[in-house]
Design a protein around this ligand. Structure first.
Ligand SMILES: [Zn+2]
Length: 319
């Protein structure tokens, strides 16, 4: 895992002087703008929208007869520089559908661009430290725990599938003459089929976002990088919850349940045990007539928490 580019060598985004800050394109207090006119005579059409707003308090439209009060709309700029508030639906009614759509799509693409810049700014601010923490603390633990899980004898896939709960635990079912009994529940048994550490994908995505290149050295488009950034929080959550599942999978009681599962669903004969050796928890496995193999279970005293790993990357009110 040490073959990666050092963090400080990541490409930094160029500041674009032309670009308007997101906080000026999506606003919450449109009435505080200087030079607002209350009324625009009918028939006059703005040349552009300056921003989009969503207010707590109702404001009044300058374009319609009734001066409709509303919470969401646009600040319109007229050809002579006057600015005025326009309710969200009034543009379509009074400027014509095409003109209104054009104004909306122009401001929306400016918002999207500013949002992308803001997302990138946050990525460059937070991701290097995140990569560092994951690689130093969580990835080694993730690997070590999964390494142990990967040693569990492969059980009959079709049986496992049919006995998996929606929570992805495994029911160990004893088939009786009258009814079936659940004799054990193996928590987080889905991990048996998912040996890949989720944190590795998180780190891969972080690097692709920062470098514009993936682990295979292929270019990652600007659009894709923003999409990866948008999905990152979700992936971090998954990685954290898988760590919690790894911990509960490797407990003494769960390995006792696993022992039953292996006895029921393994092709030949295999045994699994949780024991302590030299004061350390160990998973022991015996396959057929071979001797016992011992796999030390890593200590997992603390677990990563998604919401403390990084703050929000995606600005609020912009989707
Ligand atoms: Zn209106």
């Amino acid at each position: 895992m040490s073959t990666h580019t050092p963090i400080e060598k990541f490409y930094q985004p160029q500041a674009n002087a032309e670009e308007i800050d997101l906080s000026q394109l999506v606003i919450v207090d449109p009435c505080s703008q200087e030079g607002l006119v209350k009324r625009i005579p009918s028939g006059q059409i703005p040349v552009r929208y300056k921003n989009r707003y969503k207010t707590m308090h109702k404001v009044r439209c300058a374009f319609c007869e009734q001066r409709q009060s509303h919470n969401t709309g646009f600040t319109a700029v007229m050809s002579d520089g006057r600015i005025a508030l326009c309710g969200k639906d009034c543009g379509r009614k009074y400027f014509g559908d095409d003109a209104a759509r054009k104004l909306e799509s122009e401001i929306q693409s400016a918002i999207n661009q500013a949002a992308a810049t803001e997302i990138k700014r946050r990525c460059f601010l937070y991701l290097p430290a995140l990569i560092e923490e994951i690689e130093r603390v969580w990835l080694p633990l993730d690997f070590a725990a999964r390494e142990v899980v990967s040693k569990v004898p492969t059980m009959r896939k079709s049986l496992i599938k049919s006995r998996m709960t929606p929570e992805r635990d495994l029911l160990v079912i004893e088939t009786g003459s009258r009814h079936d009994d659940v004799v054990a529940v193996v928590k987080a048994a889905y991990l048996l089929e998912q040996p890949r550490p989720a944190f590795r994908d998180v780190v891969g995505d972080c690097r692709a976002i920062l470098k514009g290149r993936n682990d295979y050295g292929l270019d990652v488009s600007e659009e894709r990088r923003i999409r990866l950034a948008r999905d990152l929080q979700g992936k971090i959550k998954t990685a954290c919850s898988e760590m919690a599942d790894l911990k509960s999978f490797l407990t003494r009681s769960n390995i006792a349940a696993l022992r039953k599962a292996v006895r029921f669903y393994f092709h030949g004969n295999a045994q699994v045990q949780w024991v302590k050796r030299y004061g350390r928890p160990v998973m022991r496995i015996k396959r057929g007539s071979n001797g016992w193999e011992n796999y030390e279970i890593p200590d997992m005293p603390a677990l990563p928490e998604a919401n403390t790993l990084i703050p929000d990357l995606i600005p609020k009110d912009v989707v």
